[in-house]
Design a protein around this ligand. Structure first.
Ligand code: GRF
Length: 207
C-alpha cells in the first residue's frame, strides 16, 4: 500500500474550499489525510469547522509578529511540525515571502477566483464585471514568488451574465472552485500531477 500523504490547509476565513477538500477526501477515500488546518486569524469560521471534523486547528496570527519575515518563519514552523507533503492555500489572505514560497516549492497550491493571468489581486469579480468579460472563473496553480502567478493546474470557466452582481458572480465561481480544487489536490496526492520547472506535468490517464 502507498503511504498516506499529509495535506496541510491554510485559511483566513469561511473555509468553504477547505470543507470541499475534506468532504471529497473522505468520499473518494484519497490516499491522504488532512494533517491540520492553520489560520492567520483565530476567529476564522473555518477553524471551528475543522476542529469539529476532528482535525488539528491552529491559529498563527500575523499581528503577533513584527514583520512578514517573522510571521512567515513562525507559520513555516507551525506547518513543518505536521510534516506535510502538500500545503494548500484555501482563501489564505496573506502575501507570502519569497523564502517561504521557495521552502515549499513544488508542494504549495493556491486557488484564485479568476481566470489567471487575468485579474490577479483582490476584488476579482468586480474587476471582471468592470472589464465586461463574457467569461470568468477560477484557477488552481502552484505558488511562485509572484503573487497570483505560477504554473496552472486547473481552471474552470463560468459565463458572466447581463444582470450579474459581484455576489452572484462570486457564488457562480465559488461553486466551480469547490469542484476544481479537490480535483487538483487529489491529483497531487495520487502523484498524477507534479511541478517540472515552470510547467505542470500530468501522468497519462490510464496510470
Ligand atoms: C475563494 O473565493 C478563494 O478563491 C478566494 O477567497 C475565497 C475563499 O473562500 N481567494 P473560502 O474561505 O474557501 O470559503
Amino acid at each position: 500500500m502507498r503511504a498516506m500523504k499529509r495535506i496541510m490547509i491554510l485559511i483566513s476565513g469561511r473555509g468553504s474550499n477547505m470543507e470541499a477538500i475534506l468532504r471529497t477526501a473522505v468520499a473518494e477515500q484519497w490516499p491522504a489525510q488532512i494533517a491540520a488546518v492553520i489560520s492567520n486569524k483565530a476567529e476564522a469560521v473555518g477553524l471551528t469547522t475543522a476542529g469539529k471534523a476532528g482535525i488539528a486547528a491552529v491559529a498563527v496570527e500575523h499581528h503577533d509578529y513584527p514583520d512578514r519575515e517573522r510571521f512567515d518563519a513562525a507559520l513555516a514552523g507551525a506547518i513543518d511540525r505536521f510534516a506535510p507533503d502538500l500545503v494548500v492555500l484555501a482563501g489564505f489572505m496573506r502575501i507570502l515571502t519569497p523564502g517561504f514560497v521557495h521552502h515549499y516549492h513544488g508542494r504549495l497550491l493556491n486557488i484564485h477566483p479568476s481566470l489567471l493571468p487575468s485579474f490577479p489581486g483582490l476584488a476579482t469579480h468586480r474587476q471582471a464585471l468592470e472589464a465586461g468579460v463574457k467569461f470568468h472563473g477560477a484557477t488552481v496553480h502552484f505558488v511562485t514568488a509572484e503573487l497570483d502567478h505560477g504554473p496552472i493546474v486547473e481552471q474552470a470557466v463560468v459565463p458572466v451574465l447581463e444582470d450579474d452582481t459581484e455576489a452572484v458572480l462570486a457564488a457562480r465561481v465559488l461553486a466551480q472552485e469547490h469542484v476544481i480544487y479537490p480535483r487538483a489536490v487529489r491529483d497531487f496526492v495520487e502523484g498524477r500531477i507534479w511541478l517540472d520547472g515552470d510547467r505542470v506535468r500530468r501522468a497519462p490517464h490510464n496510470q
